[in-house]
Design a binder for this molecule. Sequence first.
Ligand SMILES: Cc1cc2nc3c(=O)[nH]c(=O)nc-3n(C[C@H](O)[C@H](O)[C@H](O)COP(=O)(O)OP(=O)(O)OC[C@H]3O[C@@H](n4cnc5c(N)ncnc54)[C@H](O)[C@@H]3O)c2cc1C
Length: 286
Amino acid sequence: MRYEAPASLDAATRLLADAGGAARVLAGGTDLLIQMRADLVEPTVLVDVKNIAEMREIAEEGGRFRLGAAVTGMEIMEHEGFNAAWPGIVDGAKLIGSIQIRGGATRGGNLCNASPAADSVPALIAADAIARIIGPDGRRAAPVEDIATAPGRTSLAAGEIVVSFDLPEREPRSGDAYLRFTPRTEMDIAVVGVGVNLALDEAGMCVAARVALGAVAERALLVDEAAAALIGTRVDDAALAALSAAASAACRPIDDKRGTKEFRIEVAGVLAERAARIALERAEQG
Ligand SMILES: Cc1cc2nc3c(=O)[nH]c(=O)nc-3n(C[C@H](O)[C@H](O)[C@H](O)COP(=O)(O)OP(=O)(O)OC[C@H]3O[C@@H](n4cnc5c(N)ncnc54)[C@H](O)[C@@H]3O)c2cc1C
């Protein structure tokens, strides 16, 4: 096996194309190295993307953030401007693994590993983040909700790299939040994860919302019906009850040792309401 650490996207794309599907992108390695050790994947070339400047920065222009796909959880947590604008995305970063894991694990890796329980993904979907992708056929963009398709599977073509995530301009009076339920307080996989992002007008009416659920289907789900329960309301108890019911109704979970289907469906409704209350509080402060 060969290890390469190119400093440019061009070089990385060429390395991946030349290896013809037998190469893997390496970011933090907190999923990939474990899978290699277990012989689940056997790449002939590892293309480490952590030296590629465009993938390693958090940039802001005109109120819009571009989050590099190889930025680590710790780097996100330490970025003041990003924390102020997108605290829900930071909630997801804070929950991943331990300090050591957060020091290496990236948003791109969390998304492209394609676990339905990935903690970064619901808040990115709720934020309406767009993934910027480069590959053998050039550059393209895709909503984050279209990247993971099933456990361990993505819509990326062979040799494609997620470069960064574009976030929309943050309006005043908007807020987001991510919550997950795990049987243990940390170092465990989400049984349910919920990201909520909403915006209020000056009168306190909800004018925009997006709600995403993790760990309750084969991939993270954008739930339009749950968002519709909030839009046009003051996010009052009736709206939150409707949101909760819509979130539960959207779940199509599995049973496993962490939770039954029925439990996941119920918890999704409860967490959606709690996450919406936090997003509302943040929007009111914003
Ligand atoms: C002890 C431990 C605790 C953990 N806890 C959590 C947790 O609480 N929540 C959670 O969600 N996850 C958790 N994880 C899983 C893991 O840390 C995350 O999924 C992490 O974000 C993966 O990112 P990475 O940069 O390490 O990815 P890597 O392991 O480098 O890559 C993962 C996959 O994505 C591909 N890839 C990486 N970057 C890109 C890119 N830019 N473009 C295209 N493909 C790419 C790789 O080829 C590989 O297939 C934990 C892991 C460990 C070991």
